[in-house]
Structures are given as C-alpha cells and as structure tokens.
Design a protein around this ligand. Structure first.
Ligand SMILES: [Zn+2]
Length: 327
C-alpha cells in the first residue's frame, strides 16, 4: 500500500467541565486550583486511494448534551465538575457544517468515562469501537470501583453495532463466526479493519493499522481505565497528530514539570486514589508519548492533543482547526 495515504483531522467542540488540579498533577502550587477544560472530540476522514470511498470516524463524543440523561450516580458526580456543559455536542458541531449522524461510519471511544461518551444513541447506524477489555465495564458484570467518576452505564452501547478490539497479547483472529453473525451488516463490513494484528511501532508497544495504509493507527494506551486507546493520524503534509484521550490531563506532564497525582479519600480508608486505574501503566503510556515527541523517527513530527487540553483548544480556535477547518 502507498506510504502517502493520509487522513484529515478536525477538532469538534463537545462540551466542557471543570477539574480540580489536585486530582491530576503534583506538586501543586495551589491545592484549591480548578480549571475549566474542554472535552475534545475529533472527526477523522479517510478517502480510499483505490475506490475513493470516504470513511468518517468520530473519536470520542465528549459531554452529553442532556446532562439529566446520565445515570443518576454520574449526574450527581458531574455536579462536582461545574461549570459544566454538553453544548455544543458532537452532533451539533457536525451538523453546523452539513454532516448528519448517518455520515459517520465509526464512533470510536478512547474509553468509557462519562465525559467522553456523549450520547451514543445520537448515532443510530454507526459502528462503535471500544478498546480491549472495555465491554465488561458496561455489561453489568462489574462491581463498583473506587471513585464516583467510575460509574458506567450498563447497556449504553448497542452491542450489535459494537466491536471490542482484541487484546494486544493475542494473535489477531477475526471474531468467531457466531459472534460476527450477531453484528449488524454495517459493523460486519467494518470488522475487517479492526481485526488486523497489533504490532510495535516506534515507541508504542501495540498499534493497529486500521486502513492498512499507515494513515490511522489505533494505539493501545493502557493505565487510565480498561480499554483505553489513542489514535495516531498521518496528515497530508506528512506530519502526525496523536489524539491522547485521557493518557494525559495536563501539558506539564508531557514536559516532565509535573508528576501524576495521588490522594486519599475518607470514603475509601487505606486506599491511595489516582485518576488512573493503574498508575504505573499510565506512566509507561505517558513515557511512550513523551519519547515519541522527542524522537519521532519515521513519524517526522508528532503533535499531541489530549482530550482536556484547554491551551491547545484556545490556539486551535484562533487558528481555525475546528471543523470545517482542520489540523
Ligand atoms: Zn476525561
């Protein structure tokens, strides 16, 4: 396949929330500091060089427009994140530029925390992609975990239209026939893109080349929560964009100025709390991203954007990088 294949990447406004700094970085100058940050989503458009077919992916759906439609524990938790809004959401951001839900082939979630899932049912014909191990968070089999943000809505995704990526440790095999048969025709058509083998690329241990042309890689980015994935995209100018989801919550974690925070909570005595489910893994993922910025190798130049990257959003708005503009 051609090495010149590329995608276009467009930022989408998808709401905002307010985060206390003490949950994310250490050391702190001001333990009471809070920051209102976006929950960025992205439209990624791929055109097949052979057939001209356009495949559109939306990466994350941000905050839900109707906050009251969140499950009660999430709605309650969300109130601690005021100021908070799900307006615009991805649907409104897309429709302002002439795209409707049926133009979106794939909705991919970096992970299933409430501030990234938006309103999945707004995309009634799209195929949902979730990372390895994410499905068990929403199938009702999981006991409640530490932290009020760790509540997941059972049945939030139509599983007939959902593809869970295979574990990175297993040899790639297409899902068994009986499992595929339960997928919608559209999801079955897309399943081939996501049953390719995971492989090492640069500093990343496991990536999956979605279109088999080097234009868009899913990157396994473990540590934050089960099934956390990132996206590495090649632009027409040969530069790369790395969509980091919640691998990072603060630019100073990328520069090394700050470390990942921990804290204790009277509700969970004896437990060291961290915004990441597995702090060690999250730090390893962060290191791979940092190393890629410093030493991009064949990627030439990599711009990293994380979901709550408020400074990036400010300059991107000025520079017209939101849809219909692009990165
Ligand atoms: Zn988040």
């Amino acid at each position: 396949m051609s090495s010149k294949a590329f995608v276009s990447v467009h930022a989408l406004s998808a709401g905002y929330l307010t985060l206390p700094e003490r949950f994310f970085v250490t050391p702190l100058e001001d333990p009471t500091a809070r920051k209102t940050v976006p929950s960025l989503s992205f439209l990624i458009q791929h055109t097949s060089q052979e057939t001209g077919k356009v495949t559109r992916t939306v990466f994350d759906l941000g905050i839900r427009q109707k906050l009251e439609d969140y499950a009660a524990p999430i709605f309650k938790h969300a109130q601690t994140r005021q100021p908070l809004s799900g307006d615009h959401d991805t649907l409104k951001s897309l429709s302002a530029c002439g795209l409707g839900p049926d133009d979106i082939d794939i909705v991919m979630f970096s992970h299933l925390h409430w501030d990234h899932i938006g309103t999945p049912s707004d995309y009634p014909n799209s195929t949902y992609i979730i990372g390895p191990g994410a499905a068990k968070l929403i199938d009702g089999s999981r006991a409640a975990a530490t932290g009020s943000h760790n509540h997941f809505e059972e049945g939030m995704l139509d599983m007939k239209r959902t593809i869970e990526l295979p574990s990175t440790g297993l040899p790639a095999t297409p899902p068994p026939l009986e499992e595929q048969a339960t997928l919608s025709a559209q999801a079955q058509r897309l399943a081939g893109y996501f049953s390719r083998p995971w492989h090492r690329k640069g500093h990343f241990e496991a990536v999956l080349d979605v279109f088999d042309d080097g234009s868009m890689y899913v990157v396994s980015a473990p540590g934050h929560i089960d099934g956390h994935i990132n996206l590495l995209c090649r632009l027409e100018n040969g530069k790369h964009v790395y969509l980091a989801g919640d691998s990072c919550h603060d630019r100073r974690l990328l520069t090394g100025e700050k470390g990942v925070a921990t804290w204790s909570d009277a509700a969970y005595p004896g437990v060291i709390c961290c915004i990441h489910q597995d702090k060690g893994q999250a730090e390893k993922t962060l290191r791979a991203i940092r190393d890629t910025i410093r030493d991009p190798g064949e990627l030439k130049e990599v711009e990293v954007v994380f979901a709550h990257d408020w400074a990036w959003e400010q300059s991107a708005k000025r520079e017209g990088r939101f849809f219909p503009g692009g990165l």
